[in-house]
Design a protein around this ligand. Structure first.
Ligand code: PRP
Ligand code: ZN
Ligand code: MG
Length: 225
């Protein structure tokens, strides 16, 4: 990894975590030269810059060393870690702090009429999800043989379309499930926004910036609790 003297944080460009992520950094005293809708925000108060990206890209940007940190849903980070682990490799990106916002859960949901009595009720069925590694790991852990079908969006309509028998997707208020005549059968991961970073901290100027930022984040979170 090239030595750099500025720390770079990846945050979600749009979507549920975007604004609260930037609000948290603002409360940590970070100020940026550019407006919130730009892709790159130059840090003015500290040598910490932002890259605004798709949330799914955040773990990879950290793993590749493009960014040092990211604010991302645990669901996205855990999926990347599970995919890496499934390849027999060691995940290079860690959860450094839970951040206390964006709470939701990754759950198996089934059509109202499906009798769900436990994971084995899903044996032999097709389960649509955007989280194939976490879903497959949950089935493996429960000793159930089900077929995981990857869908990048609109997962909740798959049972109605007949492309899957059940789904594994994020549940927050539960209204998406209700609107699609689905019910939550099992939560497989509790999620919230987390600060993610490389397993090994940078050993140049960025290391000190990271320590400073972590102290400020801890302070902001403590005040909030
Ligand atoms: C998530 C998830 C559900 C919805 C659940 O999608 O995929 O569709 O939120 O929330 P609810 O329980 O409050 O209805 P999101 O809107 O984050 O976007 P995406 O599916 O387009 O990524
Ligand atoms: Zn996404
Ligand atoms: Mg959705």
């Amino acid at each position: 990894m090239k030595p750099r003297d500025r720390l770079r944080i990846a945050v979600q460009k749009s979507g549920r975590l975007g604004d609260p992520s930037q609000d948290l950094l603002a409360r940590c005293g970070l100020k940026f030269r550019q407006s919130r809708d730009k892709l790159f925000c130059f840090g003015e108060s500290l040598a910490i810059d932002l890259l605004l990206v798709r949330d799914d890209d955040i773990p990879g940007l950290i793993a590749d060393g493009v960014c040092d940190l990211g604010i991302v849903g645990r669901n996205v980070l855990a999926e990347q870690q599970a995919a890496v682990a499934a390849r027999g490799e060691t995940p290079a990106v860690d959860e450094l702090r839970p951040l206390g916002f964006g709470r939701c859960r990754l759950s198996i949901a089934v059509p109202q009429e499906l009798d769900y009595a436990g994971p084995s009720s899903l044996a032999g069925l097709r389960v649509a999800t955007t989280y194939p590694a976490l879903t497959a790991a949950w089935f493996a852990a429960n000793g159930v043989d089900a077929k995981v079908v990857l869908l990048k969006g609109s997962v909740e309509i798959a049972p109605k379309l007949g492309t899957a028998d059940a789904i594994c997707d994020l549940v927050s208020t539960g209204s998406t499930l209700v609107a699609n005549q689905l019910r939550e059968a099992a939560a497989i991961l509790d999620s919230e926004a987390v600060l993610a970073g490389a397993g090994v901290a940078p050993n140049d100027e960025r290391g000190e910036l990271l320590e400073l930022l972590l102290r400020r984040i801890d302070g902001v979170i403590q005040v909030r609790e």
